[in-house]
Design a protein around this ligand. Structure first.
Ligand code: ATR
Length: 272
């Protein structure tokens, strides 16, 4: 029987993961099927159990189940444990459910390998302090930036993240008001504001010369954050398509032991 993989979420019909993994499979000569599985709230655990009990090989987990997947896993990678969220599940040889989080690694790989960006030694501002931020802080810190500032509407949430991640590097928290007069080499938007086409209130002088901006969101048209970035002097304004493809490649590597080349998929998705 062909090896089965899927992405579980709600909603999930829009997911590009089946297309991405089908292309990875072709490219690497692997035989597998990858589908979407719509799961109703309250039924996540039984859906996962049933998937693996019937021979499923691996799952990607998306909104709103990443935290539940973390709680369900028998063992989590350090990155998933710190993120408190899991986007990759599989059963190991002993039948234990392994949880990983490839979102942050995907972001860093897109920045450093695909785009030629450098985080080492740079001042980084991360906007937002929700699950998305929690998922990216460790891989960014591992690149050894000069410092990361996490700015959030609700300052206490940013402060809670600082507590968790301080052992791994220089991290601080602030509200958006406190950004006045500060300047950064990198601004990474991890707020849910862009989902509504909104922007956090950002001072116009926020970007250093040659600053790079990255929106974890992606869309066909430039996101509001990317538009803001270009209007305010960013050297580059990147959206989250590359991160999406790279987190998928990391998932594929965990499942199949081979890393697909992402260039062709990226070009194909950009083309629409
Ligand atoms: P996710 O898992 O996608 O990060 P989340 O945990 O709900 O989602 O977090 C959403 C983040 O976007 C939070 O940092 C939220 O700010 P608060 O913690 O103050 O709620 C931020 N956010 C959402 N809408 C926003 C808006 N209109 N302006 C600024 N920040 C916003």
């Amino acid at each position: 029987m062909t090896d089965r993989y899927a992405v579980m979420g709600n909603p999930v019909a829009h997911s590009r993961s089946p297309r991405i993994h089908a292309q990875f499979a072709r490219e690497t000569g692997q035989e597998l099927v990858y589908t979407t599985l719509l799961v109703e709230p309250g039924h996540f655990k039984e859906a996962v159990k049933s998937f693996f009990a019937t021979g499923g090989k691996g799952l990607n987990i998306t909104v709103p189940f990443k935290q539940e997947a973390w709680a369900l896993a028998d063992h989590c990678s350090e990155q998933a444990a710190l993120a408190g969220a899991v986007n990759v599940l599989f059963c190991d040889a002993a039948g234990r459910l392994q949880g990983h989080n490839t979102d942050g690694i995907g972001l860093v790989r897109d920045i450093t390998r695909n785009q030629g960006g450098v985080l080492a030694g740079k001042s980084v501002l991360v906007l937002g302090a929700g699950g998305a931020t929690r998922g990216i802080l460790l891989p960014i810190l591992q690149e050894q930036p000069a410092a990361i500032c996490v700015a959030n509407r609700t300052i206490s949430k940013a402060e809670a993240l600082v507590e968790v991640f301080s052992p791994y590097g220089k991290v601080s928290a602030c509200g958006f008001d406190a950004l006045a007069g500060k300047h950064f080499d990198w601004v990474i938007n991890a707020t849910a504001a862009s989902l509504q086409g909104e922007l956090p209130p950002l001072p116009p002088e926020l970007l250093n010369a040659d600053a790079w901006c990255y929106d974890l969101m992606y869309s066909k048209e430039p996101t509001v954050f990317c538009q803001w970035a270009l209007q305010h002097g960013a050297y580059k304004a990147l959206d989250g398509l590359g991160m999406l493809v790279e987190q998928a490649a990391e998932s594929f590597l965990l499942w199949r032991g081979v890393r697909p080349d992402t260039t062709a998929v990226m070009a194909e998705l950009r083309a629409g």
